[in-house]
Write a protein that binds this ligand. Structure first.
Ligand SMILES: [Zn+2]
Length: 250
């Protein structure tokens, strides 16, 4: 059986000397894992189309136990990413994160579009890496069923307050009057709350259209990452690597 689809390579493992096992996020068939025989060979026609973060037109063949890549013709390889290690590492982590909860067989067009548009903006340097990272963390989790409820204080219904406490476990917030800060609760300013509401509730076409002050960008980065890690319950080596870049070497 053949499957013809576009998709983004979100994981790549080397198998032996010349083969690759790739994980592809497709629009209609969810996540497909497939062997790409000989794909590491410099002469192989599928070399570029099966590399990590390549967006390609695929033809897969379903064998007895696994899928195989018949052909992978690259549509976009996000060349601009390769010149900035922060942007490239952010894209690797986001691909890893989205792969964690992308459905195995169902439609995943919304997640694929989010990832493609975000990686495109990074590769063109139109948005910063922390901005894109926070946005994808919150939006991807929302698509996957972990949408926070940021309408109002979960206790008194207050809509806006100078500072609120966001609870990463429940995905709700309390105003300062109702909140009792603990380890699950992160204090955030009204600008950060407004940005989070925008990321979660706005139309997919408009999600990138907002600005952040440097302080709000930092606050958002902390809370979005904590929320993503809490709900995936996973440790990401790609995130460790990304963080190691910001630690000044001695
Ligand atoms: Zn309250």
């Amino acid at each position: 059986m053949h499957i013809i689809t576009d998709g983004l390579v979100i994981k790549e493992q080397n198998v032996g000397e010349s083969d690759r096992l790739i994980t592809v996020l497709t629009s209609k068939y969810g996540v497909i894992r497939a062997f790409a025989t000989g794909a590491k060979s410099i002469k192989n026609k599928n070399l570029a189309g099966t590399q990590l973060l390549a967006y390609s037109d695929f033809v897969f063949y379903k064998g007895k136990d696994a899928y195989n890549v018949n052909s992978a013709i690259e549509k976009e390889v996000f060349f601009g990413l390769r010149s900035d290690i922060d942007n490239l590492s952010t894209a690797f982590y986001l691909a890893d994160l989205v792969g964690e909860f992308a459905p195995e067989t169902a439609d995943s067009e919304e997640l694929l579009k989010l990832l493609l548009n975000s990686i495109y903006l990074l590769s063109k340097k139109k948005k910063t890496a922390p901005f894109i990272k926070s946005l994808v963390e919150l939006r991807a989790l929302s698509i996957a069923g972990y949408m926070p409820d940021l309408v109002a204080c979960s206790k008194c219904g207050e809509f806006e307050a100078e500072t609120v406490y966001f609870n990463i476990k429940s995905g709700t917030f309390c105003c300062a009057g109702c909140g009792h800060p603990d380890l699950s609760q992160y204090p955030i300013s009204i600008s950060t709350l407004t940005a989070m509401r925008h990321i979660i509730y706005s139309d997919a076409k408009k999600i990138y259209d907002f600005e952040l002050t440097p302080d709000a960008e930092k606050e958002l980065a902390t809370v979005a990452e904590a929320f993503a890690l809490e709900h995936t319950g996973r440790h990401f080596k790609t995130l460790d690597f990304l963080k190691s870049l910001s630690i000044p070497s001695i």
